[in-house]
Design a protein around this ligand. Sequence first.
Ligand SMILES: Cc1cc2nc3c(=O)[nH]c(=O)nc-3n(C[C@H](O)[C@H](O)[C@H](O)COP(=O)(O)OP(=O)(O)OC[C@H]3O[C@@H](n4cnc5c(N)ncnc54)[C@H](O)[C@@H]3O)c2cc1C
Ligand code: FES
Length: 360
Amino acid sequence: MNWVLPVVLVSVLIVISLVLILVEKLLGGGGEKVITINDETKIPVKGDDTVLNTLSSEKIFIPSACGGKATCGLCKFKLVGGDGHLKPTEEPFISEEEREEGVRLSCQVKVKSDMKILLPKGLLNAKEYKTVVSYVKDLTYDIKLVRFKLIEPKEIDFKPGQYVQIQVPGIEVIRAYSIASDPKQKNEIELIIRLVPNGQATTFVHKAMEVGDKIIITGPYGDFFLREDSNKDMICIAGGSGKAPIRSILYALQAKGMHRKVKYFFGARSKKDLYYTEEFRALEKEFPNFEYIPALSEPLPEDEWDGDVGLITDVVDRHTKDLSDVEGYLCGSPGMIKACINVLKKHDMKDDNILFDNFS
Ligand SMILES: Cc1cc2nc3c(=O)[nH]c(=O)nc-3n(C[C@H](O)[C@H](O)[C@H](O)COP(=O)(O)OP(=O)(O)OC[C@H]3O[C@@H](n4cnc5c(N)ncnc54)[C@H](O)[C@@H]3O)c2cc1C
Ligand code: FES
């Protein structure tokens, strides 16, 4: 009979599916699992989602500037007793040393069984904030200052230099932005956001965001922050929107009477890319310890520019002598940071004294 074969085939498929479901249930997958964090906190969770999403639904926020697409490499955690088998998507971000320590990307690892994980203590301070946009201002033709008033919780504690992540409403996009405001100002934060052509988050910020918009922010995050226990002289180098974290760092130094000698190099193409010049010139007048050195790489004739000209790396090189006991704070594109590190090292700055934030 020609109906026997199909019936047998369908029956075999049903049996295979049932066996697979049973194996999935026995070996892990959905169902309750326990994540132990730093040998202290045990959290019962529902399995099968990524570590990033699972912890986020428990209000533990790991940095994830690419929103889980394995392109930022920021969402690292340590898996205790992990087998070290990285997914191909993790490999570009995990060094050999990190692999041996069990470092993984939390957006790529699923919760299939009970897990023991290690997270930096500072990360456990990151929270989710409901905010409302309270002020928007054009700083240049492609850079905006946006102020967010915190609604719930009402205050944020952050170290000058750290960043937050904003969730773009409607399109589920998450992006990282350094806090540009005074760390003493706890009930609102300011971000400086440069428009990236066709960029998802920045197009929203520049073309659609308005005062009164409700935005979810998480943070603070990041190891790039002012080392407040150091008295070393400092060199800060930034380009474009990289001014944001340096501005926050300068607020913190100003509050302490600018007790450290600070040289701040800011690289821009032409005069129309400069902003907050008056603010930093005023700081120079107030504190002889502080020097602001804006430099233009392609000044226009109408700029009538009599300041420094050239790539920021060459300008830093020209202004710099021995850096063996100086701290460097760098902020900008990965290419700019790499080039600046080479210049600082040429002048004997030590690796441990170089802090940087890649706006990648
Ligand atoms: C720790 C950290 C702090 C940051 N702080 C700031 C900040 O204070 N201010 C700020 O403006 N940005 C900052 N950024 C960059 C920011 O997170 C976004 O990457 C950037 O705003 C682009 O987002 P988008 O969604 O508009 O672009 P996307 O939609 O992500 O990108 C669109 C296209 O543009 C390219 N692209 C992405 N970013 C850039 C870029 N910066 N320059 C040129 N091309 C790019 C992408 O490769 C892609 O092809 C920071 C990034 C990190 C990791
Ligand atoms: S969230 Fe960006 S790599 Fe995981």
